[in-house]
Design a protein around this ligand. Structure first.
Ligand SMILES: Cc1ncc(COP(=O)(O)O)c(C=O)c1O
Length: 426
């Protein structure tokens, strides 16, 4: 089949996610990947630093082998009818990475479903213990997914909708600019903003605070040290659960296994997804305190959780995730992300003042360049693609999020191409 035909059917029949209708005319059509590189339909090769999912690179032999073996053996089964060994093995492997109290794991398919499940669990738990509450506190610039409840949690403009919001939400604006937020001085105004939100509606006591440890779609915003610890204290004071969305930060991306390890806190619920199966299969996990789980025998209808999808805990996805977690441990990818992240920040800080860059920030291999405006960011991403480098953009922020398996030579290539892209647009 010709490339023209492939482009035509993509344009004619595929409804691209998150796309203005004209966007599919220019989309890169990808055909294969190996290591940190991906190849398009015209044979052009790009170093891929655009995917938060891709923690282990493309065509990782251990993961592809595990998927193939499981597809042959047993692809999946509806876990509401029977179980399979891989679901328990994955739940155990995730629990081993969590604080001891969070030993119970619900498996689902995507970050947005997992965030919805986390809040449903929180609200049902509140009812189970005879203290019904529903109000959720989030960041205005937070992102938790695109399904109805998850999108209602965010105040980002592209998630606005005219429909009824399933749970009441109080949103917290950043008290300072994104580039000021990582400074220790940002802690006091930030905690004070969350305290105000917890107290905002006295008739609706708070159910939970749900935040990302680092704001992803909100602009790669690094939060001040000790923020999560202080938030934990605040939640305890107000009887709210602390729910962390580690969908983009989990499994090594920030140089710790989870973002909350930077502050050494024990959340009540942790949602994780992208890095769990390194982008090889759709899977997400909701890790919950056993004490929360134990209250579900009081559920009036089922005596348990009323939530699930036919493909929750799909065996191929579980096999991919188990192989990913083994690889992360064996190759010490968390430590590698921390080491490479420091190298990236040191190399890129000098770009501030060039090509419209006003800030360089990050944690581990979650590195962001903020530009003075969105056009400068778009110019950099376009120029980078011409230099053979795929970057991720959120508004005026460009992110370099390569696989954690990146070797030193590819890291040098990435930094050179990124520098050329920024300097070329200056
Ligand atoms: C922090 C965070 N939460 C939730 C989601 C939603 O995940 P999904 O796209 O798998 O629904 C994302 C996706 O980017 C995310 O970054």
């Amino acid at each position: 089949m010709s490339v023209a035909t492939e482009r035509l059917r993509d344009r004619r029949h595929l409804w691209h996610v998150w796309s203005p209708l004209a966007a599919d005319l220019t989309r890169t059509l990808l055909v294969k990947g190996a290591g940190a590189y991906v190849t398009d339909v015209d044979g052009r090769e790009f170093l891929d630093a655009s995917s938060l999912n891709l923690t282990c690179g493309y065509a990782a032999p251990d993961i592809t082998r595990a998927i193939a073996a499981q597809a042959t053996l047993l692809p999946g089964y509806d876990l509401s009818v029977a179980s399979h060994d891989l679901a328990g093995a994955l739940a155990e492997a995730v629990a081993r990475l969590m604080p001891t109290a969070l030993s119970r794991t619900l498996l689902t398919n995507s970050g947005t479903e997992a965030c919805e499940a986390a809040l449903l669990i929180a609200a049902m738990h509140a009812a189970n213990v005879g203290r019904p509450r529903t109000r959720v506190i989030t960041f205005t610039a937070g992102y938790h997914g695109s399904t109805l409840l998850s999108r209602s949690l965010s105040g980002l403009p592209h998630l606005a909708h005219p429909f009824v919001t399933p749970l009441p939400v109080s949103r917290v604006d950043l008290p300072l600019t994104p580039r000021q937020m990582r400074a220790p001085e940002a802690l006091e105004p930030l905690i004070s903003a969350f305290r105000d939100a917890l107290l905002r509606e006295p008739d609706l006591p708070p159910l939970a605070v749900l935040v990302e440890p680092l704001l992803n779609v909100g602009g790669g915003v690094v939060l001040p040290p000790a923020f999560l610890g202080e938030l934990r204290r605040l939640c305890d004071e107000h009887g709210a659960l602390l729910v962390l969305d580690e969908v983009s930060t989990g499994y090594g991306r920030t140089g710790r296994m989870f973002g909350f390890e930077h502050d050494d806190v024990t959340p009540d619920i942790v949602v994780s997804s992208k890095g769990l199966a390194a982008g090889y299969a759709p899977v997400a996990a909701v890790s919950v305190r056993e004490s929360i789980y134990a209250t579900f025998d009081r559920d009036p209808v089922l005596g348990g959780l009323r939530f699930g999808q036919t493909t929750s805990g799909h065996a191929i996805a579980c096999a991919a995730a188990l192989a990913t977690l083994e690889l992360i441990e064996r190759e010490k990818l968390v430590e590698r992300a921390a080491h490479l992240g420091e190298r990236f920040l040191a190399a890129l800080r000098g770009l501030v003042g060039t090509g419209g860059v006003i800030d360089v920030r990050g944690l581990g291999l979650f590195v962001s360049l903020e530009f003075e405006d969105q056009d400068a960011a778009i110019r950099t991403v376009t120029s980078a693609a011409e230099h053979g480098l795929l970057l991720r953009r959120q508004g005026g922020v460009v992110m370099a999020v390569p696989p954690l398996t990146l070797d030193d030579a590819d890291a040098t290539t990435l930094l050179d191409r990124l520098r050329q892209s920024v300097e070329g647009t200056a």
